[in-house]
Design a protein around this ligand. Structure first.
Ligand code: ARG
Length: 270
């Protein structure tokens, strides 16, 4: 089944401020290389038969390449983002305009403005089989946004507490592989949240700290093909043994901002 994604090119990508442990303002970023690597990610999604929308990059918003943070949609309803840090605040408006423009052209989007701090698919994941939303909190998204998302999207939202600052967004520690199966690194979650995950997903594919540090969990799966960081070699092997088709993608420049494949790809669920 072809999916629809929204990406934003890293034309203005840089590390100009530090809001997560991966960012180092003294590091040098090769923006040209970032654009090239991002282009290969976009091409890979298109080659797999998926529909890719491109949101034009805006000067002064170096993190806008991480398009997953701009909103979270389920069944045609879009729950807008409200970024924690002022440097990224305006990105939500760019995403909002995208959905409103698409709606004006006949797409069926219903955009719900958020009043609570949340960073879109960075902290929200959707599992189509049970129709369940998993939501992270602890670093960026506020628990109050989980309740707001449940009201906006009419789906049960399960709150999970993140406890390791290196895995500051849910999508750095957990990913949805297909309609029913997830993968996650238990150590990124509180003991209670680990219990919740074990109860709900006894068949989950468990990842190691090394897998998570290689950004292996920051993946995009269409149910069969799994695009993931080229660094996560061992994890890719285990995905293959579990029946998936791993597709490594090199995003070394964007890792300097604290993100990889999933951060760059927002899924549009219409
Ligand atoms: N520098 C960005 C930030 O800290 C990276 C965002 C990564 N996005 C993601 N979906 N995890 O906000």
């Amino acid at each position: 089944m072809p999916r629809t994604y929204l990406l934003c090119p890293p034309e203005y990508f840089a590390v100009e401020y530090v809001i997560n442990p991966w960012m180092d303002a003294t590091s040098t970023v090769d923006t040209g290389l970032a654009v090239k690597q991002w282009g290969l990610l976009r091409d890979a999604l298109v080659e797999l038969g998926h529909r890719v929308h491109v949101l034009p990059a805006r000067a002064g918003l170096p993190d806008m390449v991480y398009a997953a943070n701009g909103a979270f949609s389920v069944d045609g309803t879009v729950y807008g983002a409200r970024f924690k840090y002022p440097q990224r605040l305006p990105e939500a408006g760019a995403h909002r305009e995208f959905y409103l423009d698409e709606a004006a052209r006949g797409a069926g989007w219903r955009y719900v403005e958020a009043t609570q701090t949340n960073e879109g698919e960075g902290d929200f994941a959707y599992i189509p089989g049970p129709g369940l939303v998993l939501a992270g909190y602890g670093y960026r998204t506020e628990p109050a946004a989980h309740a707001e998302a449940q009201e906006a999207l009419a789906r049960p939202v399960v709150s999970l507490r993140l406890v390791d600052p290196r895995f500051y967004h849910l999508d750095t520690a957990l990913a949805v592989l297909d309609d029913h199966r997830i993968t996650y690194y238990p150590g990124a979650f509180s003991a209670a949240s680990q219990s919740v995950l074990r109860r709900l997903f006894p068949d989950a594919l468990l990842a190691t700290e090394a897998d998570a540090l290689a950004f292996g969990l920051n993946l995009v799966s269409d149910g069969h093909n799994v695009l993931l960081s080229g660094e996560a070699v061992g994890f890719a092997d285990r995905l293959a043994r579990a029946g998936y088709r791993p597709r490594p993608v090199e995003l070394t420049e964007l890792k300097k901002g604290g993100g990889s494949v999933k951060c760059c790809v927002a899924e549009l669920r219409d």
